[in-house]
Design a protein around this ligand. Structure first.
Ligand code: ADP
Length: 447
């Protein structure tokens, strides 16, 4: 049993972990940068330690500072949230050698899944369909050109260590390939300290569909259905929902059973997400594993009733899934999440600053995950996410109606936010009909 855990994160996800820990009777330690001194996670944790200046490289990403805070406060475990150190296998190893439990998969599994190329190979071996593409890392432009002509254009170059849509290039013809390969490699090298790039078939108008996994330390794996995350801008998700209109009960069961086997084979533990692209024929192809809790986990919590963050903590304590989950997982109704970012709704320019007025929506089927309060300052140093509005309804039309009325009473003054964009999308007949793919936002904005 953990007595105390440290949360190596900030913002809404740090508060989310505090909620889960409080309900389990576990004490919490917040860490914060100088820019986050007045943040809610600092106020609501039982203890708080300043770990450095505003820049995340010197605070939230600084492993020695986080570990020192954990040692000073004598915690049993660290929850990394998402982003920052959550998928850093070295951090997991340092936790282990310091005698602190890392709430996530084992470091070697995090490392293997973090290199997408390894994950692709492992999933293929376990029977999960992957897109045609390179078997290993691309070694030369000649090799890439030969492979691309076998697969057929367009193809996509992707950084093996990639994330956040960086290091990706779509290539339409062989004469573009060498140039794009060089720029993808240098972008990947700069962003992820690893220039490795691989190639796969590019799917036109795909849907992004992902499956939520929970796996205990005793070899049991459960799949908590899927999320539809096709509403993206520049490969960044904006709206997520569960279930996906495109996933039939048969497909859900078939993919779910294969995933249970695959995740057990790779020794996966704790929470994770397996991401797929769906082509126009309805076939699913694996793209990557996210070895952590996702921003969009609340839609799954609404439809399954499972507290994913609490489950992560219980699994890390060694509890079997049979006690973590109370019976078989069933999906009920429909949930939608809108990410509320501090950015201009049409230019997408970042909009940090002071929140001078705030009204949060509420009522039946509405959940707001945010660390914002009246007079708080959204700092310019971190992710632009200021909150998440999640709704649950008996079906998709009710969820959309609920989202629309909730957005109408969500007031954030002093900064620009994506709320007006979400209002427009919710009113769009194509969105309402479920007629979209990952190119939806680009087309919607061009209308
Ligand atoms: P990252 O880890 O950088 O977010 P992903 O592999 O998860 O990268 O891909 C992010 C998004 O990029 C996907 O949701 C999809 O919109 C697009 N994408 C990735 N691979 C392909 C592909 N083979 N064909 C078409 N779009 C793709």
């Amino acid at each position: 049993m953990f007595r105390k855990i440290l949360i190596a994160n900030r913002g809404e996800i740090a508060l989310r972990v505090i909620c889960a820990a409080k309900e389990l009777g576990i004490k919490t330690v917040a860490v914060y940068s100088e820019a986050d001194r007045h943040s809610l996670h600092v106020r609501f944790a039982d203890e708080a330690v300043c770990i450095g200046p505003a820049k995340s490289a010197r605070s939230y990403l600084d492993i020695p500072s986080v570990i020192s805070a954990a040692e000073i406060t004598n915690v049993d475990a660290i929850h990394p949230g998402y982003g920052f150190l959550s998928e850093n296998a070295d951090f997991g190893e340092v936790c282990e050698t310091s005698g602190i439990k890392f709430i996530g998969p084992k470091p070697d599994v995090v490392r293997a899944m973090g290199f997408k190329q390894h994950a692709r190979t492992a999933m293929k071996k376990a029977g999960i369909p992957i897109l045609p593409g390179s078997v290993g890392i691309l070694k030369s432009p000649e090799e890439a050109i030969e492979l691309a002509s076998e697969i057929g254009y367009p193809v996509i170059l992707k950084a093996s260590a990639g994330g956040g849509g960086r290091g990706m290039r779509i290539v339409h013809a062989s004469e573009e390939l060498a140039g794009h390969l060089a720029s993808a490699q240098s972008e990947a090298g700069a962003a992820f300290s690893c220039p490795d790039v691989y190639l796969e078939k590019y799917i036109g108008r795909p849907r992004h569909i992902e499956f939520q996994i929970l796996a205990d330390q005793h070899g049991n794996v459960e799949v908590l259905g899927e999320r539809e995350c096709s509403i993206q801008r520049r490969h960044q998700k904006l709206i997520e929902e569960s279930p996906s209109l495109q996933v039939s009960p048969e497909l859900r069961e078939r993919i779910g059973n294969t995933l249970k086997k695959a995740m057990a084979e790779v020794g996966y533990t704790n929470a994770g997400t397996v991401e797929f692209l769906m082509d126009e024929t309805g076939s699913l192809y694996f793209i990557e594993v996210n070895a952590r809790v996702q921003v969009e986990h609340p839609v799954t919590e609404f439809v399954t009733g499972v507290d994913i963050v609490k489950s992560q903590i219980l699994i890390a304590m060694g509890e079997p899934l049979s006690t973590v989950l109370s019976g078989p997982v069933e999906m009920r109704g429909h949930a939608i999440e809108c990410r509320i970012n501090a950015e201009h709704p049409t230019t997408f320019a970042p909009s940090p600053g002071r929140v001078t007025g705030l009204n949060l929506p509420g009522g039946i089927g509405v959940r707001v995950d945010t660390a914002a309060y009246t007079d708080c300052v959204i700092p310019p140093y971190y992710d632009s996410l200021v909150g998440k509005l999640i709704v649950h309804g008996k079906d998709r039309p009710e969820a959309i109606a609920r989202m629309r009325r909730a957005l109408d009473t969500f007031v954030i003054e002093g900064i620009h936010t994506s709320i007006p964009l979400h209002q427009r999308i919710m009113a769009d007949p194509d969105f309402q009909a479920g007629d979209f793919d990952t190119g939806y936002i680009a087309r919607f904005l061009a209308k």
